[in-house]
Design a protein around this ligand. Structure first.
Ligand SMILES: NC(=O)C1=CN([C@@H]2O[C@H](COP(=O)(O)OP(=O)(O)OC[C@H]3O[C@@H](n4cnc5c(N)ncnc54)[C@H](OP(=O)(O)O)[C@@H]3O)[C@@H](O)[C@H]2O)C=CC1
Ligand SMILES: O=C1O[C@H](COP(=O)(O)O)[C@@H](O)[C@H](O)[C@H]1O
Length: 593
């Protein structure tokens, strides 16, 4: 079955359990560095580090920044701290031959390189980082998959999906050619130590004896995650620098399978080597959420049950599961979008002010939110499934028309849920989550509906619909990123008529440049060792604890989803759910701008 977790014991090798990916500690690192050092490491002015550093100071160079805005490779970075090693920025400088051999190299191996995500997102993101001069000087990209391909075939394949920033485009062809020269391919099985050993040999060739940092991106179905981690850990982990692994979702399909996956991965990796990606955390507007809240005095005092009436997190796509029905049917929309992307945004939205912007401080606060929530009950949720229809001679397929989906599938392609954070700040405030495929629009947004103005002097000027008079703050995550606040104002003229308008920060108008894709930010963070936007295992456990009982009940009771037409606004049940909590969805009824 697609997505069925392989137990850790699927390993063909018994020697594996004691092995872990190299996670060089500072002392291990120094031991390996000592092999090369010919002068005292801590002689400040004579050391190669300070020489490179001073060259950097005078160099007109870019400053690479990770998602917490620390310059990439800055002195306090975890990478630099972990290994007391030259920062990435240092290794970007042109160096003389003496220092060259102490430089770091970075390799990114995309496992599942022949797949959809790799082509669509990962290779283009790596290229975009290269195009923006965000990658270190010594980097190599490897594709790994079973498909037989040469290096040239891989280059041809990925060249089709690379694009330069629309607002730049200088040297586009040139940059692509340079980038493709750094891309290589190795064909192998996912459970073959031998094949990963061959990869290791190729990686070492490129590393040329320099300090090696290796990032593996698992862009493969989840049933082979553990095989890959086992084989790579035994035969292809770095022995001098760090080894990190980006793991794509799904991280299990319930608490048990997720726990089992984590347990298996941890046989080979330490927690801080595992980068569980949720690409919504890399989206510009999701990053902006905390900035908006914590750096503007006008919002934080309102951020509680005292002023907020409901919070709505909405995801919709205007296409179905086309091509991914096989995968999707095993998961459904709740696991695909709600339990991860929307819940992560909720946790960021509702968390208390973290002690600092450090990954652990932020993730600690997010976990507290998740643990303050009551697991979802069946009555808090409605589920739907899209059906096909024909209109004007054009027909669109229903979910179960997909040949890879069973005809009698009850898998939801739409869900709406009401969640509550049972703490002092949010007691009684419904957090309404809605996610659906094959709806009328493609959109993701965060809507904050404020309470009515008590004793509003102007209530008559609105007629009877007080809902219209409330303020609403909208963060449109995509498309056309925007932050706008719906306010009430007077219509100009001699009368006293009130109107609702938007104070609008439209990103395209304010910042007329392309916004980096989420995968760019996240890849850069993984290289830098910045974990803030990746999911920690206790966060994951808490997220599954909220959804697992509901998912089991839906499956055991064979709850039939409400059908909705492809391209519609989804099942009406979603409106009843909102009404039950005395609110309206902000994205319906001509209020969408
Ligand atoms: N595609 C997307 O938009 C998104 C995907 N993801 C996640 O990213 C990961 C990769 O996704 P995607 O690229 O779509 O996946 P694919 O189905 O395209 O698989 C990636 C590669 O894995 C290999 N593969 C596929 N099925 C199997 C199998 N049953 N056994 C062994 N190898 C297999 C194939 O390579 P080969 O045959 O050459 O070995 C394939 O090219 C998945 O975990 C997915 O859930 C997450 C978010 C979005
Ligand atoms: O994780 C997933 O996300 C995509 C939507 O991502 P977006 O960045 O294009 O909004 C979704 O289509 C897919 O089903 C899901 O697995």
């Amino acid at each position: 079955m697609a997505g069925h977790m392989s137990p850790c014991s699927s390993s063909s090798s018994s020697s594996s359990s004691a092995m872990t990916f190299s996670h060089a500690t500072s002392s291990e690192f120094h031991k390996s560095l000592d092999k090369f050092l010919v002068f005292p490491r801590k002689t400040p002015e004579s050391s190669w580090v300070s020489r490179i550093r001073s060259r950097n100071r005078s160099r007109k160079s870019f400053q690479l920044k990770s998602s917490n805005e620390h310059p990439y490779g800055y002195a306090g970075s975890s990478l630099a701290k972990e290994h007391s090693m030259p920062s990435v920025k240092e290794s970007l400088s042109p160096v003389n031959s003496e220092s060259e051999k102490f430089e770091s190299t970075y390799s990114i191996t995309v496992v599942g390189a022949s797949g959809d995500l790799a082509k669509k997102k990962i290779f283009p993101a790596i290229f975009a980082l290269f195009y923006e001069d965000c990658l270190p000087k010594n980097f190599t990209v490897f594709g790994y998959a079973r498909t037989k391909m040469t290096d040239e075939d891989l280059r041809t394949m990925i060249s089709k999906t690379l694009t330069c920033r629309i607002d730049k485009r200088e040297n586009c062809e040139d940059k692509m050619t340079q980038f493709l020269k750094r891309c290589f391919y190795h064909s192998g099985q996912y459970n073959s130590e031998e094949n990963f050993r061959e990869l290791d040999i190729k990686l070492k060739e490129k590393e040329a004896g320099k300090l090696a940092n290796r990032l593996f991106y698992l862009s493969i179905p989840p049933n082979i995650f553990v095989d890959v981690v086992r084989c790579a850990s035994i035969t292809a982990s770095s022995t001098s620098g760090w080894t990190r692994v980006i793991v794509e979702k799904p991280f299990g399909r319930d608490s048990e399978s997720s726990g089992e996956l984590t347990r298996c991965l941890k046989q080979y990796l330490s927690e801080d080597q595992i980068f569980r990606i949720d690409h919504y955390l890399g989206k510009e507007l999701v990053e902006n959420l905390s900035v908006l809240r914590f750096s503007n005095l006008v919002f934080e005092p309102l951020w509680s049950r005292n002023y907020i009436r409901s919070v709505q997190l909405i995801f919709s796509e205007d296409f179905g599961t086309e091509g991914r029905g096989g995968y999707f049917d095993h998961y459904g929309i709740i696991r695909d979008i709600m339990q991860n992307h929307l819940l992560q945004i909720l946790a960021l939205f509702a968390m208390e002010t973290p002690v600092s912007l450090d990954a652990e401080d932020i993730r600690n606060e997010k976990v507290k939110v998740l643990r303050s929530m009551r697991p979802l009950q069946l009555e808090d949720v409605i589920v739907g499934q899209y059906k096909g229809h024909s209109k004007g001679g054009k027909s669109v397929p229903g979910y179960t028309d997909d040949p890879t989906v069973p005809k009698d599938s009850l898998t939801p392609t739409f869900a709406a849920a009401a969640l509550f954070v049972n703490n002092a700040r949010w007691d009684g405030v419904p957090f309404l989550l809605k996610a659906g495929k094959a709806l009328h629009t493609k959109r993701a947004e965060i809507r904050v509906q404020f309470r009515h103005v008590p004793g509003n002097l102007y209530k008559r000027n609105f007629g009877t619909d007080l809902d219209k008079a409330t303020n609403e703050l909208v963060l449109r995550v995509q498309p056309d990123e925007a932050i706008y606040l719906k306010i009430n104002n007077k219509v100009p003229g001699l009368g006293m008529r009130l109107d609702r308008s938007d104070l609008n920060l439209f990103f395209k108008a304010r910042y007329p440049r392309e916004i980096p894709d989420a995968y760019e930010r996240l890849l850069l963070d993984a290289i830098e060792g910045e974990r803030r936007l990746f999911i920690r295992s206790d966060e994951l456990d808490a997220a599954w604890a909220l959804f697992t009982p509901l998912l089991k009940e839906l499956e055991e009771k064979k709850i039939v989803p409400e059908l909705y037409p492809y391209g519609s606004r989804g099942p009406v049940g979603a409106h009843y759910l909102a009404a039950k909590h005395n609110v309206r969805w902000g994205d319906v009824g001509g209020e969408e701008s």
